[in-house]
Design a protein around this ligand. Structure first.
Ligand SMILES: [Zn+2]
Length: 466
């Protein structure tokens, strides 16, 4: 397909003048639709079959027209040689044909090809200029692939692209393209740290971690939670920032729709005390905070569960911020301890409920007293006492409420599920650290509404380089 030895396109488009091509394409599409409809009565139509066939045919005609337009233009042959990025000189080697998957279906394009002996590789200037250098996918299909892979498995993405867009992208192509874009996004995220969007009077920053299932070689030498001391997962750490200037009917702060952004990766939050550098994760938190203007807020608040790395990072980066132990997490913790102490017996529920109320009222002493009664028998009760003691200043909930702060958000907890769990922790999924971090980067960019900006910068950079 795509060869027109007689000088016309399939469907007898005249070569040459633009206007002629336009009307010929229009006429041809109308004729195709008439053929599809035939003489049958409209009431008897299989509408789905007709609409799908009409789309396929129209796209096929448009693809042929676009192919012809591009293939008759040989201005990408700019002389016998071109400078190669390696510093050598690349020689013209004729026009090479390649099939690209586009939103119009397959496109067969002939492009001027230059080959460099010094680095034994070649390139097509037109591919660079048009953004066709990625995995035989056109920019339109590449963007669709990224959107699908940010949400779904590579296999599902491939199926969805076929069903919705008629685009044929194999699961392997989806994986390669999504990971390559994720890697670009990760680099871009390090560079784009200037403030975007409004600074609210009160801003919330949450941190949390969750295990990502790994391929065996990725965790070979690591200690973990398995019975034999080995590890099956690596912890992805997440920072999320949001605002809650809205109020519900009772005047309580409510999270502002669309205000949540995320940044996450499998990386360390630890540094040596002697190191002048931030840990990789602390640096990530700082970049996200700069983008959101977190430290410019009159009242910055850090929320998290009881993990030490969270409060260490918070104290190091934002000493001025109010630290709140997310009440959602605190209650989850108390509920777990209650279930261990009481099992399925009916006393369990009221015991847990009573601790929730004491917690809400700020009566930490009562919570601790209730736990002390079980401390001899259950190590979980002893640990919970320590947890409350260590975090007591972060659990002054009545005081925080008077100040109008959110204390039980679920945002941090949900963040790990939304960003990591629903995409990376599904049955049968096992990741490399590199692969997981690339998909997490892609997903954070999509979920935080930053992908469009990234895509624009990417297109501009490609044009400038070509
Ligand atoms: Zn070269």
């Amino acid at each position: 397909m795509g060869r027109c030895p007689t000088g016309t396109l399939p469907g007898n488009f005249p070569r040459g003048r633009k206007r002629g091509l336009q009307t010929a394409l229009q006429k041809e599409i109308i004729r195709e639709i008439e053929t599809l409809l035939g003489n049958q009565s409209i009431a008897d139509l299989d509408f789905e079959a007709v609409e799908m066939a009409a789309r396929r045919q129209s796209l096929r005609l448009a693809a042929r027209a676009l192919e012809q337009r591009l293939n008759t233009d040989t201005s990408d042959h700019v002389g016998p040689q071109l400078p190669c990025p390696c510093g050598g000189s690349a020689q013209y080697h004729g026009r090479h044909e390649k099939t690209f998957e586009s939103v119009l279906g397959p496109l067969h394009l002939q492009r001027a090809y230059y080959h460099c002996e010094q680095c034994a590789s070649g390139f097509c200037p037109r591919d660079r200029a048009l953004g066709l250098e990625s995995f035989s996918l056109t920019p339109g299909v590449l963007r669709m692939t990224a959107s699908a892979a940010a949400l779904l498995s590579f296999e599902e993405s491939s199926g969805l692209l076929h069903e919705l867009a008629g685009a044929e992208v194999s699961a392997k192509q989806v994986e390669r393209a999504a990971e390559a874009l994720g890697a670009e996004i990760a680099v871009d995220e390090h560079q784009q740290v200037e403030k975007m969007g409004q600074v609210a009077p009160t801003m919330y920053l949450g941190m949390d971690g969750t295990g990502v299932p790994m391929r065996t070689p990725e965790v070979a030498d690591r200690a973990g939670k398995q019975a034999d001391g080995s590890a099956k997962t690596r912890e992805a750490k997440l920072v999320t920032i949001w605002t809650a200037e809205s109020r519900d009917e009772q005047g309580q702060p409510v999270r502002d729709p669309g205000s949540i952004t995320y940044s996450a990766a499998i990386e360390s939050a630890a540094t040596l005390d002697t190191s002048p550098h931030l840990s990789d994760f602390a640096a990530r938190v700082q970049r996200e905070a700069s983008r959101r203007g977190f430290t410019e807020a009159q009242r910055p608040v850090v929320l998290g569960d009881g993990s030490n790395w969270i409060w260490n990072s918070a104290s190091e980066l934002f000493p001025q911020a109010t630290q709140i132990l997310d009440r959602f997490h605190a209650k989850e913790h108390l509920s777990q301890v209650g279930k261990i102490i009481y099992g399925d017996s009916p006393e369990g529920k009221p015991w847990i409920q009573a601790r929730y109320e004491e917690l809400d009222e700020g009566c930490l002493k009562s919570v601790v007293q209730a736990l002390h009664g079980h401390a001899g028998q259950y190590k979980e009760a002893r640990e919970c006492v320590r947890y409350i003691w260590n975090n007591r200043r972060r659990m002054r909930y009545p005081k925080f409420h008077k100040q109008g702060f959110c204390t039980s958000t679920g945002v941090v907890e949900a963040g790990c599920k939304v960003v990591i769990g629903t995409r990376l922790k599904r049955a049968g999924m096992h990741w490399t650290v590199k692969g997981a971090n690339r998909i997490i980067a892609l997903r954070c960019s999509k979920l935080s509404g930053r992908f469009e900006d990234f895509w624009e910068r990417r297109s501009d950079q490609r044009k400038a380089a070509a």
